[in-house]
Design a protein around this ligand. Sequence first.
Ligand code: PA5
Length: 444
Amino acid sequence: MLQFDVTHALPFLPKNWLSSRLDGLTDARNLLERGNGLGGEFTGWVNLPAQFDQREMQRLLHTARIIQSQSEVLVVIGIGGSYLGARAMLELLTSPNYNLLCKKTPQIFFTGNTLSPDAMTELLDYVREKDFSVNVVSKSGNTTEPSVAFLLFRQLLEEKYGREGARDRIFATTDRKEGSLRALANQEGYATFSIPRSIGGRYSALTAAGLLPLAVAGLDIREMLSGAAEAMTALRQPGQDNPAWQYAAARNALYAQGKNIELLACYEPHLRSFGEWWKQLFGESEGKDGQGVFPASVEFTTDLHSMGQYIQEGTRDLFETVVRFTYPLSSCLLDPEPGDGSGLDYLRGKDLRYVNEQARRGTVLAHVAGGVPNLLLTAGERTPFWAGQLVYFFEYACGLSGYLSGLNPFNQPGVEAYKTNMFALLGKPGHEGQRQALADQGLL
Ligand code: PA5
């Protein structure tokens, strides 16, 4: 199981940081278990790893093989929770350079998460000459960014392969019954996977939304679910030794001390997109009612040379949560010739993993001395099993943490504000009132 270490945050925490929150955590846990808290209808993810439908798993693996056999490229279209989990896991378990390194599996590109015409054109041009398939992911089936991208990539598929041929290359992951994407998929006869109604976007990494692209990349998604299932069994047990309880309590207590910003820090480029997934998870779950820890992420050691100064000496409202693996998958021995002018004699015989670990330890000491509390979460190895544990750990801790703060961790009402204005500006039917309001303010 994952190890959580609060030692380097203790100097900043009151003695009762955990004991004073045990009642709140018990209540939060019971709300998650019973599904009767705020947004309780969206707690289907709590039990998902144990209940994953094995026929769905077989279909996922079968579909992945079809996509592999017919595609040089898989284009994954989705935004927010409908792509961040897949991207985070792909980069964590393969590499941020997956598309350069993959030899036997299709390249995977994520789009539908931007409205940039340049980014869209770049990818359309790239796949024009390739054999490609599309996995369009949208739980609601109505989100503008993926809908627009799907329109463009579907047109390209139909141009290249005809309407029939395109049908065999489109895989839609969406709600079982509702939304425009479901209606279109039914009408056109696309292969589909469902995102359960009871699982919101940012908690959907372990559904087909996250798993299909990973299976296409050849990753062992069953192992990922077993890791998540192990975490689920451990973390649903109540008690102060529960690492998710400790994490939720520690960040809640640090926030109460004025530590308003949490930096998810890592020492592995493979975890960079994991930081993006985590930011959405906590940002959308807790940033509401004028409250919430602001989630940010940094990748060390590179960001020690960009953000390090601020972290060490800037406004003292930060704390860090480091995610690390006990064992990297590779070793890299440093063997400078004595006196070769490199100035690195002191590293002779040392492995780069040791150097990276000393960088982490040195950074903790510096940051704690500078007033930045440090939480540490340690996983075993960078494998699907441990990735499943990490995903479940943060989802569960986020649910607990939201309820501990008295929030609904499963809605995101604020996300609508930009859409209302954008639709009014674009003249979308149904938004005439807002368009008039903008006109009255001279904002059109
Ligand atoms: O967490 C969420 O619910 C959101 O980030 C959604 O995932 C995002 O807005 C995309 O929505 P949809 O999957 O309906 O297109």
